[in-house]
Design a protein around this ligand. Structure first.
Ligand SMILES: Nc1ncnc2c1ncn2[C@@H]1O[C@H](COP(=O)(O)OP(=O)(O)OP(=O)(O)O)[C@@H](O)[C@H]1O
Ligand SMILES: [Mg+2]
Length: 501
């Protein structure tokens, strides 16, 4: 006789795995701003997500022999010493894919724009290895910023890492945002990561892109100053994972980190709370490695890997012009050049306030369109000399005619390189302006008219049928094209729109 009830019980007993079940539960031993010290989770790994009794999540920031430090990703209210901590076995990861385009999210991919949750069906870890050397290619395709001083003198190529560095409020963010706006005319996807900024500043950037730029091809990853330190720490890594998704599919992406000085500060804050030994300027010893492994993920991939690219524009702030402080020197050494903004130039109304003497682009000139390279020639040197001469001529006694001519030319270059925000120039217009400068076609234009001349120039170039091929491909400049471009500048100078328009 069989008893169905007994049979069922027997079956369930035989199916139940016997033996000890390995479930680790840790205990919070200490708690500080955004950080918990946890004992009793020997199996946890770096970057693993942990959960607290309140439902709040954190991730393993660093591991010691018998304790670990977990940074909170949610508000830590209600979590106290003695609280239990559970492992999830899952590493930090974020949603990736096209569903993120046109969205504002936090570093975990949770919407901040009041729109529905991101459903991409695919998540990828935030810490990923950089492409291997053999999988990379040289930087050879330009990434046009639309900013004359950058494209002409410090050209940036796809896959490059170009630091934007300068003092507070010298136009750093504006350079990066104008670069994103200029991608309206390209196939590049932009990712803007805001780390530790005021929400009003971030909102201004988002609105600028919404109103004037390729909003539907931009992702905003935002961890404001008020966000948990763990979220601010995570932001650049999470955003890079989102950007890489496009790179790894043969696409092209641009990532702006605004800014890594604030990221370094969060890293230091967490490290000090975790009682790691402080190093130079109280930063923990691994800060260089942290940013190096972040920026290494930007690259131009080899054809065999799809030929995609990720270009990085990290932003850094310096104090009192001190480029040789610890974090600035670190960042300078792990990027392929720097655009330095100067508070003196900014105060003197030279905007963008790019210091042409200190700025450099180490790999981008190989990617610069040939025509631009041809006409940019001596501009940088002449302008840098002018800025130096101007300093000395203030003291008087430099009155000879040759000197005056050089000062006048320098002033003209300064006016040409000045550019309003939200007014990107096409490569063709840039070539036209520089060719006109060297031909003396701008000599009779009043300096205050340069800005209106640029506005008048673009439509003339766009409408010129003879320039159609050049507009498409400005890689070479023949004499006829050059003459046509300079003629456009002369014509624009002759038909300036009314002042104040
Ligand atoms: N090319 C420009 N023409 C006119 N104004 C500009 C230009 N670039 C920047 N500005 C103005 O200068 C101010 C500071 O610019 P921005 O916020 O880009 O500087 P920042 O260096 O990023 O500042 P912060 O250090 O606060 O992040 C803004 O009000 C901006 O509108
Ligand atoms: Mg800024």
């Amino acid at each position: 006789m069989t008893d169905p009830l007994l049979d069922d019980l027997k079956r369930r007993v035989s199916e139940t795995p016997l033996g000890a079940e390995a479930e680790e539960t840790g205990v919070v031993t200490e708690i500080a701003d955004g950080l918990a010290r946890v004992a009793g989770l020997p199996g946890a790994s770096l970057g693993e997500i942990l959960t607290f009794p309140t439902g709040a999540r954190g991730f393993v920031l660093n591991l010691d022999e018998d304790v670990l430090q977990a940074a909170f990703l949610d508000p830590m209210d209600g979590v106290e010493a003695g609280a239990g901590v559970a492992r999830t076995g899952r590493a930090l990861s974020v949603p990736v894919g096209e569903a993120l385009l046109g969205r504002v999210v936090d570093p975990l991919g949770r919407p901040l724009d009041g729109q529905p949750a991101i459903e991409t069906g695919e998540t990828v870890e935030t810490e990923r290895p950089a492409p291997a050397i053999v999988d990379r290619d040289f930087v050879s395709v330009p990434l046009a910023t639309g900013i004359l001083v950058v494209d002409a003198l410090f050209a940036i190529g796809r896959g490059q890492r170009e630091l934007i560095i300068g003092e507070r409020s010298t136009g750093k963010t504006s350079i990066a945002v104008d670069t994103i706006l200029n991608q309206k005319a390209s196939d590049i996807v932009s990712v803007y990561v805001s780390i530790g900024q005021r929400t009003t500043e971030v909102r201004r950037v988002i609105e600028a892109v919404r109103n004037r730029g390729p909003f539907d091809r931009t992702i905003f990853v935002v961890a404001p100053a008020t966000a948990e330190p763990g979220l601010r720490w995570l932001a650049p890594f999470a955003a890079t994972t989102m950007a890489e998704w496009f790179r790894d599919r043969g696409g092209h992406a641009l990532i702006v980190y605004d800014d890594l000085t604030k990221h370094a500060a969060v890293h230091r804050e967490l490290a000090l709370l975790a009682r790691e030994p402080p190093g130079r300027e109280a930063y923990p010893g691994d800060i260089f490695y942290l940013h190096a492994r972040l920026l290494e993920r930007s690259a131009k991939l080899a054809e065999a890997k799809g030929g995609g690219s990720l270009t990085a524009l990290p932003i850094a702030e310096i104090e009192e012009g001190n480029l040789s402080a610890y974090i600035p020197t670190n960042l300078i050494s792990i990027s392929d050049g720097q655009i330095v903004t100067s508070s003196a130039l900014f105060a003197g109304n030279q905007r963008p306030a790019v210091d042409v003497g200190l700025s450099v682009s180490r790999v981008g000139s190989k990617a610069q369109p040939g025509a631009l390279k041809k006409v940019a020639g001596r501009v940088r040197l002449d302008y840098a000399q002018y800025l130096e001469m101007k300093m000395f001529s203030r003291f008087g006694g430099f009155g000879d005619a040759a000197m005056k001519a050089r000062l006048a030319r320098g002033e003209r270059i300064g006016a040409l390189l000045a550019q309003k925000r939200y007014a990107p120039l096409t490569p063709a217009a840039q070539v036209a302006l520089l060719a006109a400068l060297s031909d003396g076609a701008l000599d009779d234009v009043a300096l205050e008219d340069f800005s209106r001349l640029k506005d008048a120039l673009e439509p003339l170039i766009a409408e010129n049928a003879a320039l159609a091929a050049f507009r498409e491909d400005p890689s070479d400049l023949d004499d006829d094209t050059r003459a046509a471009l300079v003629a456009c500048v002369r014509s624009a100078a002759g038909h300036l729109p009314e002042r104040g328009e």
